[in-house]
Design a protein around this ligand. Structure first.
Ligand code: DGP
Length: 115
């Protein structure tokens, strides 16, 4: 746990959030500023600053299981019509919270390219 990380504080129960799903390694919460009818943040419970933590270990099962967790929730929320997952990484990537998380967006049609 990073004591300065807002998502670590949510995971620890120190800050309230709407928890959608959780197991021993991953948690899904509702985004406080939703950009779609369903907007979840899926993340490892262990603190990793962003996806770059896995550059040298992309075969790491944490990443595979994190994607599986997100896909399961996205498929369910998308009700067969699809969903979008996004991982903002670093300042130019639009990352504002430095705890690796996958945005899962569903419930409306998504345009491309993103802003
Ligand atoms: P990103 O910009 O990719 O790092 O996404 C961070 C997201 O986290 C953003 O969509 C808003 C959301 N967020 C920030 N603070 C909180 C919070 O305290 N609670 C919840 N549920 N979401 C938060």
């Amino acid at each position: 746990m990073d004591p300065n990380c807002i998502f670590c504080k949510i995971i620890a129960g120190e800050i309230p959030a709407t928890v959608i799903d959780r197991d021993k390694d991953f948690i899904a919460i509702a985004d406080v500023n939703p950009q779609a009818p369903t907007h979840l943040l899926v993340m490892p419970i262990k603190h990793y600053p962003n996806l770059n933590a896995f550059i040298d270990v992309l075969s790491n099962t944490v990443i595979a299981r994190l994607f599986a967790f997100a896909a399961h929730l996205g498929a369910s929320a998308g009700k067969g019509a699809g969903y979008r997952i996004v991982i903002n990484t670093g300042p130019n990537g639009g990352q504002s919270v430095d705890h690796l998380h996958i945005h899962v967006l569903a419930g409306r049609h998504m345009s491309w390219p993103p802003g």
